[in-house]
Design a protein around this ligand. Structure first.
Ligand code: NAD
Length: 523
């Protein structure tokens, strides 16, 4: 494992840029917090924090802006998304620098976020008109009953996003909310607030009215409740433990919510897999953003007949990974983002080793590169009772298990309360689909790790079990931000007995009518 380029420095973010971004935050009423670059430990910013009054102001402004925005034709809202797409791609160097500086991740993994946001902006721009059009279903009495199903935006949506994919998780969930006619009050993580503020800034430059998408700043445990108390819908991404708290708070107010939570994702290498390809792609699937990716693989189940070959090739690739924090494409994996992430990784690996697991690659912190670097790590011999066996590490640690059949692989893969993402490797795609359908996960990638499903913007993404409820991407990722309103207009005749008609004759007439409708195959 070699060091690539020199670490990022906080100088990468000019103070004029930082100050202009902070203008999109409604904050300053509470004491600022210092934010440091994970790769170097250098200070990035004194980040202002939001008081309750700031949050109140943000929601009042958003509510006012939303009323006007909802009256604008969908095509005008769509035009903002199209321009936003172009700005993100054109100014990618700036946002890549910000994402890397705030998270410590490698540039290639930061680029995944740029791609995600561009794809989702384009997707929702292209489908919003159709999804938001008024629907005219058949009325109870054809011709006489005319029905419109209208779509009403929820109002002000709170997007509470974490630090690991700060651009993708802040913007890709806000864009469908905005195009559906909502305002968004974002609560990005303090560590990565500048990334979210850059997305807001880009949207304003793309034509989004000011005040429609704002950020409030503060620790979730401090201001999360204040945000949820004022929101009309909550979109939350983070751990399953916090997800429960959010659901309780939203439930108390009877507002809708979408929760995108943790995972302990399995990758299955079946006996007929292209082993070399699986070993290569599994690297990205396990170590993107140093494993701080909800979709990343933490468990690999390999069929006995290809186990030795897979392990040899996979470990070879792991050992070639270039660690570094430079603002360029010369490193393959960056730093962890927090001390607490590093502590969790160290604790999981040490616990496994103390209980008999074997380290096949990595297994060491690398303070020589930066305060939170840790080597990509492969464990074998992991057994029940070891923390890493069941708990999400959310770091660059993967355990490899030997299995003797597809059935055993599926059984082991499903031995978890999580159900976010999975990957199946086989040359027989029909077999891959069949195995995938048996896996308890919201998405399963056959011959890919996570990008095939995640990057297909027209397909919903989300978790089963404790990995969450609700979906992002696809029509579901927009429709969650609207309420339907049914307007039924009855013409000429009422739906009741005609004057002089008895209830008994009315019942007979309607029974006849229902029979005719069934015979005509009408619903
Ligand atoms: P966390 O739940 O501790 O924090 C996530 C975010 O929620 C943070 O920004 C935090 O400030 C905020 N938060 C905490 N308490 C809050 C509260 N009471 N109200 C409102 N906000 C609150 O999780 P973490 O450990 O920082 O993040 C990693 C977790 O997120 C992992 O479990 C990971 O799998 C999950 N995650 C899931 C997805 C997904 O799409 N399913 C994506 C990224 C991360």
């Amino acid at each position: 494992m070699t060091t690539a380029s020199p670490p990022a420095t906080a100088d990468a973010l000019p103070s004029s840029l930082v100050q202009s971004l902070l203008a999109h935050a409604v904050a300053g009423g509470a004491p600022a917090v210092e934010v440091f670059a994970p790769a170097t430990g250098a200070k990035i910013v004194d980040l202002p924090q939001s008081s309750t009054d700031d949050i109140e102001t943000a929601f009042a402004t958003a509510r006012e802006a939303q009323r006007r925005w909802a009256e604008r034709p969908v095509r005008e809202r769509v035009a903002v998304l199209r321009r936003f797409h172009d700005i993100v791609l054109a100014e990618q160097d700036t946002i890549l620098d910000i994402v890397q500086t705030e998270t410590g991740k490698a540039r290639a993994h930061a680029f995944d976020e740029v791609g995600d946001v561009a794809v989702n902006a384009r997707y929702y721009a292209s489908v919003a008109g159709r999804l938001l059009a008024t629907r005219k279903p058949r009325g109870v009495l054809p011709v006489l009953t005319q029905v419109d199903v209208r779509h009403r935006p929820k109002g002000v949506v709170a997007v509470i996003s974490p630090w690991n994919y700060p651009l993708a998780l802040a913007a890709s969930d806000a864009l469908p909310a905005l195009v559906a006619g909502n305002a968004v009050v974002a609560r990005p993580d303090n560590q990565t607030a500048l990334t979210a503020l850059w997305a807001i800034d880009a949207a304003v430059r793309a034509g989004l009215p000011r005040g429609l998408w704002q950020a409030v700043l503060g620790r979730g445990s401090v201001i999360g409740g204040e945000v949820i108390a004022r929101a009309d819908y909550v979109d939350y991404t983070g751990s399953s433990a916090t997800g429960r708290t959010i659901a309780q708070q939203a439930g108390e107010r009877l507002i809708g919510y979408s929760l995108e939570l943790g995972g302990k994702n399995p990758l299955l290498v079946l006996a007929d897999a292209d082993v070399s390809r699986a070993a290569k792609i599994a690297i990205r699937a396990c170590f993107a953003s140093a494993g701080q990716l909800c979709e990343s693989m933490e468990r690999i189940y390999v069929h006995d007949s290809v186990y030795d070959r897979f392990v040899a090739e996979f470990v070879g690739h792991v050992e070639a990974i270039r660690l570094g924090g430079g603002l360029d494409y010369d490193s393959d994996m960056g730093s962890l983002t927090f001390r607490r992430q590093l502590d969790t990784v160290v604790a999981h690996v040490n616990d496994a080793v103390a209980k008999g697991a074997k380290v096949l690659a990595g297994g060491r912190a690398r303070p020589d590169l930066g305060p939170y670097f840790y080597e990509p790590t492969v464990l074998a011999g992991v057994r029940p009772g070891m923390t890493v066996h069941r708990e999400e590490t959310f770091g660059p640690v993967v355990s490899i298990y030997r299995v003797s059949s597809d059935d055993e692989a599926v059984e082991q893969a499903n031995d978890t309360a999580y159900g976010l993402n999975a990957s199946v490797w086989t040359k027989d795609t029909a077999r891959g689909r069949a195995v995938a359908a048996r896996i308890h996960a919201g998405s399963v990638n056959v011959n890919e790790g996570f990008i095939a499903a995640w990057g297909s913007a027209d397909a919903p993404s989300g978790g089963l079990g404790i990995s969450g409820t609700g979906r992002r991407h696809g029509p579901e990722g927009l429709l969650k931000y609207i309420d339907t309103q049914t307007i039924a207009v009855q013409r000429l005749l009422p739906i009741a007995p005609l004057p002089g008609m008895s209830e008994a004759l009315w019942a007979k007439t309607m029974t006849l009518y229902f029979g005719v409708m069934k015979a005509l195959r009408q619903k």
